[in-house]
Design a protein around this ligand. Structure first.
Ligand code: NA7
Length: 542
C-alpha cells in the first residue's frame, strides 16, 4: 500500500476495483506514471463493500474474471459456478499481489475534488483527508454500482436498532439469530440476502415495491474438468468478447420464441430453468424486443412462482406483472421463492400498503406496524452517474459535472465528456456496460483508454476532449438503439427510474459490446474522430 502520494503523475485513477487495478497495470506497461486513490481499505471495489449474506456474482465465475493475462488466467481456479463475494474479493487481492499493484494505491482515500487547471493542462485531485496529486489524465474507474441509495423514509434516523445497507455491510458480519429483521428491497441484493437472513432470524419481513423475476442459480461446485477448460480457454473468452453482444458465450437458441411450437417452448424453457442462471432469459433472441415473446417467458416464471409458493395470496404478490422480464437486470437466486413458505417470513407489498414511517422499533405502513430489531436496506444504488457526480469533478471554466448531468449524463462513447478534457470513464454512462459481462466491458474500455493515452504521448498531444456535437450524436444513437428494446421504458437503475427525483434516461448502449467495440475502434483508427486534440477542430471521420 502506498502512503506516499506523488505530487504529480501522468495518470491518476479513482477506484481500485477491477477497472482501477487493470488501468494501473496497463498504464505501467505503457510507461506512464500512475497512482490510484481508493476510498476503501483495500482493493476489490464493489466486492469489498458488498459483504451481505449470500452475496454472489450473477455472471458465471469462469466468465467473471480478467482475460488479459495468460499467467493470471492459468494460476487461478474458481471453486463454484457462481462465485461468492469472499472468493471474488480473494481474486482481486490475488491479482493485486500478482501484479504488485498496491505500492501505487492509496487506500482510505476518498476523492472529493477533481479540478481542471487550464493553465498547465492538468487535473488537481484531492481526497477527503487532504491528500492529492496533479495528473495529466484522470481515469474514473469508480464502478457502476458504488454510490448506495438509501431512500429518505421518514423516521429512519429514529430507528433504535441497526440500519444496514447491503452495499456497505459490516466487515465483522451480522448475527441475525433471534432478531426480527425488516428487509426493504427485492432486487439482486435482496433476493440473495433474504433466504440467508430468514434462515437465521426469528422473523423476517420483506418489503417489496416491485416483484422481480428470480431465476434459480442452481449453483454448484465446478468440476475438475470445468476448471481445466476454463483455464485453457482464455483465447476463446477474448474472442467471444469481440463477437457476442454480451461479451461472453451464451447458449441462447438463436430462435424467436414463436419459431417454436408451444410444446417446444415449454420444453426448452423448462430445460433452461432446470439448468439455472441468467441464460434462461436469453432462451429466445426476441425476448427484449417482442412483447409477445417476452410474455411467454414471463408467464413461464409466474407459473413456477405459483407452483413453488404454497399460499396463493403470497404467490400472487410475488408475481411480476408490471415490467417485461429482462427489462431490468435479471436476478438470480437460491431458494428465493421457497423462502416465502417459511412460517417466520412475511411479505409486504408496499405498493398496496406504502411505508409511512420508521418508528423506534418498527416499520409502519398505512395498514399496520411491523416490529423490527434490524433494518436491512437492500435498496440499491444511484447507479452509473452517482459515483461520478458525488466526486466534485469540475472541468473547463469550473463546469460542475453534477450540474452538467442534472438532466441525465452526457458522454461521447461513454468514455469522455465535452468540457472535461483528459478525463476518461471506465464503464461510464452511455457506454456498453451493465447488459454485458462487465469484466469484458472493463477490459475493453481500459485498453481503449491506454491506447489513446499512448497515442497522445507519442504524438505530443497534451489535451483530448470530446466534441459537444459528436457527443450529442452519440447520445441520439444510444437513445435510438435503446428504442428497440424494453430497457428504456422501465424504472430501473438502467434508467435512473429507481431513484426519486433522478433524471430518467437510458444510461447504456444496448446495441451490444461487439458493435460498440467496432465503433470505438473506428473512432481511434480515424485519429480519434469526434475528439478535439489540443483544442483544434474535432477530428472528422476519414
Ligand atoms: P436494485 O436492483 O436497484 O434493487 C433495489 C431494490 O430496492 C428494488 O427492489 C427497489 O424497488 C427497492 N427500493 C428502492 N427504493 C425503494 C423505496 N423507496 N421503497 C421500497 N423499495 C425500494 O439494487 P440491488 O442492490 O438489489 O442490485 C443492484 C445490482 O447489483 C443488480 O442489478 C446486479 O447487477 C448486482 P423497485 O424495483 O425500484 O421498485
Amino acid at each position: 500500500m502506498s502512503d506516499q502520494v506523488p505530487s504529480s503523475v501522468d495518470v491518476a485513477v479513482v477506484g481500485a476495483g477491477f477497472a482501477g487495478l487493470y488501468t494501473l497495470h496497463l498504464m505501467r506497461e505503457r510507461g506512464l506514471s500512475c497512482h490510484v486513490f481508493e476510498a476503501a481499505g483495500d482493493v476489490g471495489g464493489t466486492w469489498y463493500w458488498n459483504r451481505y449474506p449470500g452475496a454472489r456474482c450473477d455472471v458465471e465465475s469462469v466468465d467473471y474474471c480478467y482475460s488479459f493475462s495468460e499467467d493470471i488466467h492459468r494460476e487461478w481456479a474458481w471453486s463454484e459456478r457462481f462465485a461468492t463475494q469472499p472468493e471474488i474479493l480473494r481474486y482481486a487481492e490475488f491479482v493485486a499481489d500478482r501484479l504488485d499493484l498496491r505500492r501505487d494505491i492509496s487506500f482510505d482515500a476518498q476523492v472529493t475534488s477533481v479540478e481542471w487547471d487550464d493553465d498547465d493542462r492538468t487535473w488537481a485531485l484531492g481526497t477527503k483527508d487532504g491528500r492529492g496529486t496533479r495528473a495529466r489524465f484522470v481515469v474514473a474507474a469508480v464502478g457502476l454500482l458504488s454510490a448506495s441509495n438509501t431512500p429518505r423514509v421518514p423516521g429512519l434516523d429514529r430507528f433504535a436498532g441497526e440500519v444496514l445497507h447491503t452495499g456497505h455491510w459490516p466487515h465483522e458480519g451480522v448475527d441475525f439469530t433471534g432478531r426480527r429483521v425488516a428487509v426493504i428491497g427485492t432486487g439482486s441484493s435482496g433476493v440473495q440476502a433474504i433466504p440467508e437472513i430468514a434462515a437465521d432470524a426469528a422473523h423476517t419481513t420483506v418489503f417489496q415495491r416491485t416483484a422481480n423475476y428470480v431465476i434459480p442459480a442452481r449453483n454448484r461446485p465446478l468440476t475438475a474438468r470445468e476448471i481445466f477448460h476454463a483455464q485453457l480457454d482464455r483465447a476463446f473468452i477474448r474472442e467471444q468478447a469481440d463477437i457476442t453482444p454480451a461479451g461472453y458465450y451464451t447458449s441462447g437458441t438463436g430462435r424467436a420464441a414463436f419459431d417454436d411450437t408451444p410444446e417446444q417452448r415449454e420444453t426448452e424453457l423448462a430445460r433452461r430453468w432446470q439448468a439455472g442462471g441468467t441464460e434462461f432469459v436469453g432462451t429466445y433472441a426476441d425476448v427484449v424486443t417482442s412483447r409477445e415473446a417476452n410474455e411467454v417467458v414471463a408467464e413461464f416464471v409466474r407459473e413456477r412462482i405459483r407452483e413453488t409458493v404454497h399460499d396463493p395470496e403470497v404467490a400472487a404478490r410475488l408475481e411480476p406483472h408490471d415490467h417485461p422480464i429482462a427489462s431490468k437486470r435479471p436476478t438470480v437466486g437460491t431458494d428465493y421463492y421457497e423462502t416465502f413458505n417459511r412460517e417466520n417470513v412475511e411479505l409486504v407489498d408496499v405498493r398496496r400498503e406504502p411505508i409511512v414511517e420508521i418508528t423506534e422499533h418498527a416499520v409502519r405502513t398505512d395498514a399496520g406496524e411491523y416490529p423490527a430489531d434490524t433494518l436491512v436496506m437492500a435498496t440499491g444504488y444511484d447507479a452509473m452517474t452517482g459515483p461520478l457526480t458525488r466526486m466534485g469533478i469540475r472541468g473547463r471554466d469550473g463546469a460542475d459535472l453534477a450540474v452538467e448531468w442534472a438532466d441525465g449524463p452526457l458522454s461521447y462513447l461513454g468514455l469522455a465528456t465535452a468540457g472535461f478534457p483528459n478525463l476518461f470513464t471506465v464503464t461510464g454512462p452511455l457506454s456498453a456496460t451493465a447488459l454485458t459481462n462487465v469484466m469484458r466491458s472493463i477490459e475493453h474500455h481500459v485498453e481503449w483508454i491506454a491506447d489513446c493515452l499512448t497515442h497522445l504521448t507519442r504524438t505530443g498531444v497534451t489535451t483530448i476532449e470530446a466534441d459537444a456535437a459528436a457527443q450529442q450524436q452519440w447520445d441520439q444513437q444510444v437513445d435510438a438503439v435503446g428504442g428497440y428494446t424494453f430497457h428504456r421504458e422501465v424504472a430501473s437503475w438502467y434508467t435512473g427510474g429507481n431513484i426519486e427525483g433522478k433524471a430518467r434516461k437510458l444510461m447504456m448502449w444496448v446495441g451490444g459490446l461487439n458493435t460498440y467495440k467496432q465503433i470505438c475502434s473506428h473512432v481511434a483508427d480515424g485519429g480519434y474522430v469526434g475528439f478535439r486534440l489540443d483544442g483544434a477542430d474535432p477530428v472528422p471521420p476519414p
